[in-house]
Design a protein around this ligand. Structure first.
Ligand SMILES: C[S@@+](CC[C@H](N)C(=O)[O-])C[C@H]1O[C@@H](n2cnc3c(N)ncnc32)[C@H](O)[C@@H]1O
Length: 380
């Protein structure tokens, strides 16, 4: 009986992006995982196999005939899981000794048509085969945006656009990004996908969150799609030790309250060149601020006090970053309708410097509030 994957490869000619083989059945095999990608050459279509052994990767090129022989023999008997990613469709195969179970998501014809219609202005388009987004519940199985996730989709798209703009100015061919308070990690996945699959840039992306179950599930999804350099850790960013290597970007999207301050502090103290931070629930100042001067009128009503405190918090953060040598813009990264928490601190390190914090300290003393980034920088 011919291996069903060979048939599918023939039917999807010209559309296949990657085939990942994982979960070893044959323990004598020295490779833990293999991925295969087709590419055009003077000799016609060749397949490049990437074979993973401990921390090393070995490459081997094969013509299509040899690849099919390999698939029928080694590919079939060595690995239990095979994931084929093609334009508009992802197929998972579970290979048993006597049968192959196949699960398909997406529809190549339908999505090709969809890609010609309205969503053109997005970097990531509805209908694009991004299987991780299906697992995360942002896309339906046929890669349409799930209605309730439309705002999130819009936010991550815009975020990626902004990051990409900064990346193109860095002049680098690889990138390391830390995401603080990544939660379900829609953004983290998309950033990784964008750099590795679209830009073909080596990306090392790390997400931190407090929630064990969410981190576990994100690591499982990353593994499922062979996203080897996308890692998630259960970490309290306010106290745990974080990644020590060189980092190009720190990102936060709605990381709660002072988690944002610890992200900014980490970036400042490690000389991270780019920060993209969309703060959320700025409680600290609101809880500690007292009347003390010309702005007292803004503290009379709960709602106004809350909004004023949030704006004051982000203004202080921006000022501290500026004092530490960053150029800071505060931009509305999406319309208010897509998220009321829509201000982004977009920061680029110009030259590290010792901050002069006197004006901000005076303000905090006058109004009796505490602000975590101010505290952290002051105690440094
Ligand atoms: C509102 S969610 C945002 C998640 C994600 N960035 C997004 O936009 O979908 C905030 C996340 O920050 C995480 N968080 C809050 N405090 C944290 C801390 N001290 N360390 C790590 N993660 C934290 C929470 O667990 C939560 O998942």
């Amino acid at each position: 009986m011919s291996f069903i994957i060979c048939e599918d490869i023939k039917n999807l000619q010209g559309k296949i992006k990657k085939i990942a083989f994982s979960e070893l059945k044959d323990k004598s095999c020295e490779f833990s995982k293999i991925t295969a990608r087709p590419f055009s050459s003077k000799k016609g279509i060749l397949w490049q196999l990437e074979k993973y052994k401990n921390n090393q990767v070995f490459h081997e090129n094969m013509d299509e005939k040899a690849f099919f022989v390999w698939l029928e023999n080694d590919g079939r008997s060595t690995f239990r899981q095979v994931c084929l990613t093609a334009e508009g469709v992802t197929i998972h195969y579970t290979v048993f000794p006597d049968k192959v179970k196949k699960k398909e998501s997406g529809n190549a014809v339908k999505t090709t048509q969809q890609s010609h219609n309205k969503e053109k202005s997005y970097i990531l388009k509805q209908g694009e085969n991004i299987p991780a987004l299906v697992d995360l519940g942002v896309f339906s199985k046929d890669f349409n945006i799930v209605k309730s996730k439309y705002d999130k989709f819009k936010q991550i798209n815009r975020f990626v656009e902004i990051i990409d703009d900064a990346f193109s100015k860095l002049g680098k061919d690889e990138i390391t990004i830390l995401d603080f308070g990544c939660g379900k990690s829609y953004l983290t996945f998309i950033v990784y996908y964008y750099f590795t699959e679209i830009k073909k840039v080596k990306a090392n992306v790390i997400g931190y969150d407090l929630k064990e179950d969410v981190v576990k599930s994100c690591n499982e999804i990353a593994k499922r799609y062979g996203y080897d350099n996308l890692k998630f850790y259960v970490n309290d960013v306010t106290k745990d030790e974080l990644y020590k290597g060189n980092v190009d970007m720190v990102i936060t999207l709605h990381a709660c309250d002072i988690a944002t301050d610890f992200a900014l502090f980490h970036a400042i103290t490690n000389g991270v060149s780019n920060i993209f931070s969309v703060p959320c629930c700025q409680h600290e100042v609101c809880q500690s601020i007292k009347k003390g001067g010309d702005f007292d009128i803004l503290l009379n009503h709960g709602l106004i006090k809350e909004r004023f405190s949030a704006l004051l918090t982000d203004s202080i953060r921006a000022e501290i970053l500026k004092e530490c040598g960053y150029e800071v813009d505060i931009v509305e990264f999406v319309d208010f309708a897509h998220s009321p928490k829509n201000l982004m601190l977009r920061c680029k390190l110009k030259k590290e410097k010792t901050p002069d914090l006197e004006k901000i300290r005076n303000l905090s003393e006058q109004y009796g509030f505490t602000q975590k980034l101010l505290t952290l920088i002051s105690e440094k």
